[in-house]
Design a binder for this molecule. Structure first.
Ligand code: FMN
Length: 336
């Protein structure tokens, strides 16, 4: 209770600052204090992926892989870093994150700011073996469409040795043309290239595809059928939404970027339910979008998820939310 009050006060103060500035300050405090949260967790396997618990950190919060130990300390069962691109890039001009406080949501148009794979790679090499690490990769903003496949390949080759899973991000709304990779011809050429690359090496991380919540049913059907016929291991559902109706209902229809948090939950859950009915059983479904409490977490499993991730809930609720969810999940599994 006391911790919650302190967090609420800290959050009020942090929310007085622009979002990216307050995120930097939170990361500084995370470095200082995350050790206080540390508890021992034993690993177990979900469809071949060894995790500490079923709640993971979603991509985008630790873009440069600087805080892996800290996010492990606060209790996440697996951690996804990135999106990492071949070359470093600044991303879109600021301001590029907007808080929609009354909706407990965020609008972001960051555009993959990151230090580039060469700078980030040494941090991945140092990650402890007990941590389940996912690396999310994507193309640089100025890459021409016919070269995008080479950006994925370049990143994959640099990171595959250190990752338990590699997520191919084809769904950020903030990188021009990226979502056109949901079209089957484009998609197939990219996954064939990555799967072919994976098959050449002994170390073979799982490969996930991160999907947009804004596509037509037919697009999902074609995409999942292609995934079913391939050695892709799973999907991450979903990225942020740039659905115009949703953005207008939140009074941000005139702004660029994608919606995350509570306002994303319904569309992410709808796609999760739809995909669950068509995806092969052995594929891993990682569900993300609108996790703010134990109920929204459990709902993802009821809809068919194998694992769950969170981003915006952590910004609004703080690290105690991770503890609460994981504790409840451990109780459920020890009772069953
Ligand atoms: C500020 C911000 C930055 C993000 N950056 C990335 C990113 O770099 N790569 C990615 O795959 N997803 C990114 N995401 C999407 C999240 O990983 C997640 O899919 C989405 O926010 C839905 O989860 P949530 O409602 O728990 O936030 C970002 C989200 C936010 C809010």
């Amino acid at each position: 209770m006391r911790k919650l009050k302190i967090y609420n006060l800290a959050r009020k103060l942090l929310f007085l600052l622009p979002p990216e500035q307050s995120q930097n300050i939170s990361h500084f405090f995370l470095k200082l204090f995350s050790g206080l949260y540390k508890s021992k967790q034993t690993r177990f396997s979900v469809k071949g992926l060894k995790i500490k618990n079923r709640l993971g950190l979603a991509a985008g919060l630790d873009k440069n892989a600087r805080l892996i130990n800290e996010f492990d300390n606060i209790g996440f069962g697996f951690i996804e870093v990135g999106t990492i691109t071949p070359k470093p890039q600044y991303g879109n001009p600021k301001p590029r994150i907007k808080r929609l406080i009354s909706h407990e949501s965020l609008l972001n148009s960051l555009g993959f700011p990151n230090e580039g794979v060469a700078t980030i790679k040494p941090r991945l090499q140092k990650v402890r073996d007990d941590i389940c690490l996912g690396v999310n990769i994507g193309p640089n903003k100025d890459t021409v469409p016919q070269e995008i496949v080479n950006d994925y390949l370049f990143c994959y080759r640099e990171v595959f040795k250190y990752a338990d899973f590699v997520t191919m991000n084809i769904s950020s709304p903030n990188t021009p043309n990226l979502r056109s990779l949901h079209n089957i011809e484009n998609f197939k050429s990219v996954i064939d290239a990555i799967l072919n690359e994976r098959s050449k090496h002994q170390i073979q991380p799982k490969i996930f595809i991160k999907i947009s919540p804004d596509e037509e049913s037919k697009t999902y059907k074609d995409l999942i059928e292609t995934i079913n016929d391939s050695a892709i291991d799973g999907v991450v559902i979903s990225n942020t939404s740039d659905n115009q109706n949703l953005k207008e209902s939140l009074k941000v229809g005139h702004l660029p970027g994608g919606i995350s948090g509570k306002s994303l939950k319904n569309s992410a859950n709808k796609i999760l339910k739809e995909i669950k009915t068509i995806i092969n059983q052995e594929k891993i479904i990682v569900a993300v979008g609108g996790i703010f409490d134990v109920d929204s977490y459990n709902e993802k499993f009821e809809l068919g998820a194998d694992l769950v991730q969170m981003y915006t809930g952590l910004i609004y609720e703080g690290p105690n939310l991770v503890k609460r969810i994981v504790k409840n999940d451990n109780q459920i599994s020890s009772n069953s």
